[in-house]
Every structure is written in structure tokens, then in C-alpha cells.
Design a protein around this ligand. Structure first.
Ligand SMILES: NC(=O)c1ccc[n+]([C@@H]2O[C@H](COP(=O)([O-])OP(=O)(O)OC[C@H]3O[C@@H](n4cnc5c(N)ncnc54)[C@H](O)[C@@H]3O)[C@@H](O)[C@H]2O)c1
Length: 321
């Protein structure tokens, strides 16, 4: 396919919670954004809401001075989806997570968009390959998965489908970087990486409530103040390597006895431990941290945790929780 070297004009189809945030970020970074929704009035209401919200963000110092004016200058409401995507170089689809609805919207979007337009769906969990069958020109289609609230969460997953042109993936990556976000390429499977992990945790949390072990409030406090606190800075593999994979293996043995197969020691973890690679204390585990970086890493970790704890104290308790 022919892609344009530069993306300047964009459209966001579905201007709700996620689409609205994505539109604010695009507009803030100088891209023209046309909002498309069920009708022109809905899109216009979204435009007004997004500009007002941007003013609030700017007033609170969350966005730089002049941000709301820039956003307002770059954001327009379109009368229809077709009008929104006409002339767009990049289109973000963010309609509700219903496979049939997404399929019909993607059919309309790809039918009306210019041939060169890249189309990124914000689906939370539907495989890209499944949605691609509704897209005219599936080589220009991929998953571009933002997290909520889009203006403030740094990471965006990029999910190419089997048919996605590698140049489309590259362009999407450049676009995300130009927005000051951190892209992560992941393979096309249901839930991708972020939601597969997030939903596994959520399911176990609900099970703990059902088991009568702790209330939702108690679980949230435990997570936010213990291992979830670490997750603001490191992923599970860095944390595991710092803790020691021998410790993890022993814990899985205990958990498996109590809860069965779903807590069996993962084979790759057992193999790593068998080879004597139990994390930072042995040299490496799943990650390869060069020996000369080990002390600096631990010191960075301690500093980061202490600073994060201070920040949380400054921020105080979240209202209502
Ligand atoms: N809410 C989250 O935390 C979150 C996070 C990441 C990804 N997502 C994904 O983003 C997508 C949107 O979720 P959301 O939470 O922003 O939903 P939302 O309900 O806030 O927004 C959906 C928007 O789509 C519009 N819409 C509905 N039907 C339409 C149609 N036929 N034509 C055009 N527009 C239509 C709605 O009017 C609304 O503006 C979903 O795929 C969701 O899974 C959501």
C-alpha cells in the first residue's frame, strides 16, 4: 500500500471516554482531528466537553499553558463518520467493545477513508485478525490500544494483524512517539498483553472476595500498598528477578497444593531455576542485567520506591476511596 510520509490530518470515530482522550492528545500535538460519532450533535457535544476538560487540565497544571487553545484550534466535530474520515491520514476507532458494532463501523470507516489512511482500533481484547475481515484494505489496519485516561497513561500497545503492512506498523509507532507516548509492539492474541494480565489479576481478586478472605476495599489496599506499588515502576519479570525466582518457585508449590493446577510452577520458571538462574542474586533470571549494573539498579529501585512513597503522601488519599 502507499502510506503518506507524514500524518497531519486524523479522525477519531467514537468520541466517548477513550476516543475523547485520544483526540485531545492528537490535537495537543498539532494534528487536525475530526470527531465522528452516532451523529453530528453527539460529536459536537464531545468537542465542547473535550475543550472544557482541556481548560480544566490546563488550569490544574496537568497540561502546559496554551494547551486548551491548541486543542480547540485542532478539533472539529463532523456530521457523520464518513465526513470525519474523509481526507484523514490516520483514524482511531474507539466505539464500544461490541464485535458486531466494531465490524460495521470499520466497514464504514474503511469504505469512506482515503486508501492511504491508517486505521487503528482501540479494542481492549478483540483479536485484530478477527476485526480485519471487516476492513477494506486490511494491510493498513492494526490495533493501537491506549489505556485510560489516555492523556496521562504513557504506554500504548501496537498490535499488527497477520495482514498489517510492516510500514503501517512503523508509521503508527512514529505517530505514537510523536505524541510523547511509549509504544509497545505485541502479537495479536485476545486481550494482547495489558488486558490479559489485568483481567487475570481482576479475576483472582473477585475469587478472593468470593472465598471470604478479604473485602474489595481490603484487597485494593493490599494491592495499592504492596506489589501494585512496585508495578508503577517495574514489570513482573524485573520484580521477580529482584525477589529471587527460587522464592517464586517455592511459593507456587504451596499455592498449587491449595488452589490446584492454575497455580502450578510455570515450566519455564522451573527450568530457569534448575539452571541456577534465580535472578539478580545469581547473576540473572528471565532478564539479563549485566553484573556492573546490579548495584545501580537496586539503588535506583530503592530511590524510586522512596520517592513514590513521598509522592503518594503528598497526593493524599483518593477522594471517596
Ligand atoms: N474505558 C476504558 O477504560 C478503555 C480502555 C482501553 C480501551 N477501551 C476500548 O475503547 C473503546 C471505547 O470505549 P469507551 O470506554 O471510550 O466507550 P464509550 O462508551 O465512552 O465511548 C464510545 C463512543 O462511541 C460512540 N458510538 C456508539 N455507537 C456508535 C456508532 N454506531 N457510530 C459511531 N459512534 C458510536 C458513543 O456515542 C461514544 O461516544 C472500546 O473498544 C473499549 O474496549 C476502553
Amino acid at each position: 500500500m502507499t502510506t503518506k510520509d507524514t500524518i497531519s490530518t486524523t479522525a477519531v470515530v467514537g468520541s466517548g471516554y477513550m476516543g475523547g482522550g485520544i483526540a485531545q492528545v492528537l490535537a495537543l500535538h498539532g494534528y487536525k482531528v475530526a470527531l465522528g460519532d452516532v451523529d453530528g450533535e453527539t460529536a459536537e457535544r464531545a468537542r465542547v466537553r473535550l475543550v472544557e476538560q482541556a481548560r480544566d487540565f490546563e488550569g490544574s497544571g496537568l497540561l502546559p499553558e496554551g494547551a486548551a487553545e491548541t486543542i480547540e484550534g485542532n478539533l472539529v466535530a463532523a456530521a457523520s463518520i464518513e465526513e470525519a474520515v474523509e481526507g484523514a491520514d490516520y483514524i482511531a476507532e474507539a466505539v464500544p467493545e461490541q464485535p458486531d458494532l466494531k465490524a460495521s463501523i470499520l466497514r464504514r470507516v474503511s469504505g469512506a477513508a482515503p486508501c492511504h489512511a491508517i486505521i487503528g482500533t482501540n479494542t481492549s481484547a478483540i483479536p485484530i485478525g478477527e476485526l480485519a475481515s471487516s476492513v477494506t484494505g486490511p494491510e493498513r489496519f492494526l490495533g493501537v490500544h491506549w489505556m485510560n485516561p489516555a492523556p496521562f497513561i504513557p504506554g500504548v500497545e501496537l498490535i499488527p494483524g497477520e495482514e498489517t503492512d510492516p510500514r503501517v506498523l512503523e508509521r503508527a509507532e512514529q505517530l505514537i512517539q510523536s505524541l510523547g507516548k511509549t509504544p509497545a509492539r505485541v502479537a495479536d492474541t485476545p486481550g494482547f498483553v495489558a488486558n490479559r494480565l489485568q483481567f487475570a489479576l481482576y479475576k483472582e481478586a473477585v475469587q478472593i472476595v468470593d472465598d471470604g478472605v478479604a473485602t474489595p476495599e481490603q484487597i485494593d489496599a493490599v494491592v495499592a500498598n504492596t506489589f501494585g506499588f512496585r508495578l508503577a515502576l517495574f514489570g513482573p519479570f524485573a520484580i521477580g528477578d529482584m525477589a529471587g525466582l527460587d522464592v517464586y518457585e517455592s511459593a507456587y508449590h504451596t499455592l498449587e497444593k491449595a488452589y490446584g493446577e492454575r497455580f502450578a510452577v510455570p515450566e519455564a520458571l522451573a527450568a530457569t531455576v534448575r539452571e541456577g538462574n534465580i535472578g539478580l542474586k545469581s547473576g540473572h533470571g528471565f532478564l539479563h542485567v549485566a553484573p556492573e549494573h546490579k548495584a545501580a539498579l537496586l539503588s535506583h529501585r530503592d530511590n524510586a520506591y522512596a520517592r513514590l512513597a513521598q509522592l503518594r503522601t503528598e497526593l493524599g488519599q483518593a477522594p471517596g476511596l
